[in-house]
Write a protein that binds this ligand. Structure first.
Ligand code: ARG
Length: 264
């Protein structure tokens, strides 16, 4: 089924500040390379028949490129992020304007700190929600109420995996791939008890942003630095499509981070 995604061109993409363990101001982004990597992700979506919409970049907010953090769009409703760090807070007004101009009527910003699809992913009708580094646990109640869905709260414990989408990825309604050590014991148990099919990534490939992937249920667009995981997916009937994400990784991101799903 064709999907619709929101992306933001990397025109002003930089590492200007350090708000996660991956960001180092002395390790600058190669902007030409970032542009090529971003375009290759966009072109893969288009070639697969998905539609891609764009939000205009703003020089003052280099992380706007990570559209997954804009919010969560489900059942035609838009819940917008309330960013933890001051550097990203101006993104909310920009995102709100985009959704209001694209005829979404139910648009709301969370009261608690919450970072959208960075920390909330949908599988089997449930919303899996991360906390521990960015989103506040209290935001999960708001998410459940706004969408009238069951939310499964998962605690993140490894700073390399500071957003849920760095260590957990729904592949289809019945299957997820994840890195177990990124979660505390109770959360690992919740994932196991969900009854979903689970695919585990090895540490080096999770740390290469192999799990920061986008699946349309069959095609999985993911980091080229996770060959074992890709092989595993291929064996199970998925079609992994690998891309170089070296420049996004310098900011703590990968394929999923630069992609927001617009669900109707
Ligand atoms: N530099 C950004 C930040 O730290 C990266 C965001 C990555 N996005 C994501 N969905 N995990 O906020």
């Amino acid at each position: 089924m064709a999907r619709s995604y929101l992306m933001c061109p990397p025109t002003y993409f930089r590492v200007d500040y350090e708000i996660n363990d991956w960001m180092h101001q002395n390790d600058p982004v190669d902007i030409a390379k970032a542009r090529v990597q971003w375009e290759s992700v966009r072109d893969i979506y288009l070639k697969l028949g998905h539609s891609v919409l764009f939000i205009e970049p703003h020089e003052a907010v280099p992380d706007l490129i990570f559209t997954a953090n804009a919010g969560l769009i489900l059942d035609g409703k838009v819940l917008l992020s309330n960013f933890k760090y001051e550097e990203r807070q101006p993104e909310t007004a920009i995102n709100r304007e985009w959704f209001e101009n694209h005829s979404y009527s139910k648009v709301k910003v969370t009261e608690n700190v919450w970072e959208g699809e960075g920390d909330c992913l949908v599988a089997n009708g449930w919303i899996f929600a991360g906390y521990g580094f960015r989103s506040d646990k209290a935001s999960h109640t708001e998410v459940a109420k706004f969408f009238d869905r069951e939310v499964i709260s998962l605690k993140l414990v490894d700073p390399r995996f500071y957003h849920l989408d760095t260590c957990f990825c729904p592949l289809d309604a019945r299957t997820i791939m994840y890195f177990p050590s990124a979660f505390d014991d109770a959360s690992r148990k919740k994932i196991k008890d969900s009854g979903l099919m689970l695919i585990e990534a090895e540490e080096s490939e999770a740390a290469a942003f192999g799990l920061n992937a986008v699946s349309d249920g069959h095609n999985v667009i993911m980091s080229s630095q996770a060959p074992a995981l890709a092989g595993d997916l291929r064996k199970r009937g998925y079609n992994p499509i690998m891309v170089d994400i070296s420049e996004f990784k310098k900011s703590g991101g990968g394929v999923k981070c630069i992609t927001l799903e617009l669900r109707t």
